[in-house]
Ligand binder design. Structure first.
Ligand code: 5CA
Ligand code: ZN
Length: 409
């Protein structure tokens, strides 16, 4: 699949700091030490509805990871998937009497537009589940042949016992895993499984549903976790720097993915850091396509909201906290954008050299965007109340805000 166009990232004077980030697996902050090419995999959308503020907040967090790395003069090898065949997508297509491929294509196209408008840097490889199927089948066959997977009524399940590190990503106990597995696409109640938590790797063809040639597995379609594993191994290999997604992916998705990959390769870890963004809610509930309590990026854009203001609204919350989208959050962001634009529109101003370092330090410190915004606020206020004589300052502030926060002033 093609991704979306990249907005330019201005180069800043000096060099950024190495990223210290919270890793779900160790439960603490680690300093990432990627080589000259940092590798990141971020789970993409399931395209059955438009991009909502929760999605946007999660992609914003990982966009900041990229921007911090780029500022350290590294290259970034960023991979993202599109779950363009899965139960919720097929169910929505049936509900609306629409062809599932048309639905997936339309929503993926809208996602690209939203990401472009929000100045999210595109992945180098943007891969759909359907196009990954030829690579998935041999992986499932290998797991089965190694005894790490087994067949049940034509479906193929992964055996969580095959990975000695199973459980280390989420750190949850068996009961918590069981509850979440039932909630998030698993089938712990299915009779005949070796372990109730075992996830499906390959689903045998169902009547009325799309299916693909699965070689010795028979016709069918891939399970969810193996999709991301196949794409990540193909484009990044084991031991890449960050696997990212919202906190609802820590279990089962990232736990199972790590175990699939570790069982396949005998190597550990799959990712060096598992990074999870908090959940954005609306009216006291997690914003989700299945609940329908959604504020869409595209709706706000259509209403004439500046995407830079949407981006500032996302940035005003710490990426790991759960927060609520409200009209006030957006109104505050619109006001802030106005203040910043007024401040950089003057020909000179107070020196911004210290500001560049403050923004760098805040983001390197577990992506503390709110602190970065506060630093820019202080410069803008100083510009408003006192002004200054540094002719390069407004331009430097614009470039800093663009390069590190993805906000075009
Ligand atoms: N296709 C899979 C990942 S392989 C998937 O989870 N798709 S999704 O469309 O449901 O979600 C896309 C991303 O947005 C995931 O990282 C998910 O954790 C995140 N996300 C979904 N809802 C929210 C929310 N309310 N707040 C924050 N992030 C969210
Ligand atoms: Zn994924």
């Amino acid at each position: 699949m093609h991704a979306w166009p990249a907005s330019e990232v201005p180069a800043l004077p000096g060099k950024g700091r190495d990223l210290r980030i919270h890793d779900t697996a160790t439960g603490g902050r680690i300093t990432l030490d990627p080589g000259p090419v940092a590798r990141i995999y971020v789970c993409g959308i399931t395209p059955y509805d438009a991009t909502h503020m929760g999605h946007a907040a999660t992609y914003n967090a990982f966009d900041l990871v990229q921007r911090v790395w780029l500022d350290t003069k590294r290259q970034v090898h960023y991979v993202q998937n599109v779950t363009d065949v899965d139960d919720p997508l097929l169910e929505r297509a049936v509900r609306d009497g629409e062809d599932w491929t048309a639905l997936a294509e339309r929503e993926t196209a809208l996602f690209r537009e939203d990401m472009t408008a929000l100045r999210m840097l595109p992945p180098k490889h943007y891969i759909g589940a359907v196009e990954a199927i030829p690579g998935i089948v041999p992986l499932v066959e290998r797991l089965r042949d190694a005894g790490a997977a087994y067949e049940l009524e034509g479906d193929v399940y992964f055996s969580v016992e095959a990975d000695p590190h199973f459980g280390e990503v989420s750190g949850l106990d068996a009961e918590a895993m069981r509850l979440l597995s039932a909630e998030r696409g698993g089938d712990p109640e299915r009779v005949g499984k070796k372990n109730p938590l075992d996830p499906m790797l390959w689903m045998a063809a169902r009547e009325g549903e799309p299916s693909w040639d699965g070689g010795s597995l028979g016709a069918g379609r891939p399970g969810w976790h193996i999709e991301c594993v196949a794409i990540a191994l193909d484009h990044l290999g084991m031991g890449f720097d960050v696997q990212g997604g919202g906190s609802d992916l820590a279990f089962p998705h990232h736990e199972m993915g790590a175990s699939h990959a570790q069982a396949l390769t005998g190597e550990h870890p799959f990712a060096r850091a598992y990074v999870h963004a908090g959940m954005v809610g609306l009216d006291g509930e997690k914003m989700s396509k299945s609940r329908g309590n959604l504020v869409f990026v595209s709706t706000l854009r259509r209403e004439g909201v500046d995407p830079a203001a949407i981006r500032l609204a996302l940035l005003s919350h710490h990426y790991r906290s759960d927060w609520e989208w409200t009209d006030q959050v957006l109104a505050d962001a619109v006001a802030r954008l106005g203040r910043w634009r007024a401040a950089v529109s003057r020909p000179d101003g107070p020196s911004a050299d210290a500001l560049v370092e403050e923004v760098r330090e805040a983001l390197a410190d577990d992506l503390d965007a709110a602190t970065a915004l506060a630093a820019v606020d202080r410069w803008a206020e100083c510009q408003r109340s006192e002004g200054g004589t540094d002719e390069g300052a407004p331009g430097l502030v614009s470039r800093t805000v663009d390069a590190l926060l993805g906000v075009a002033l």
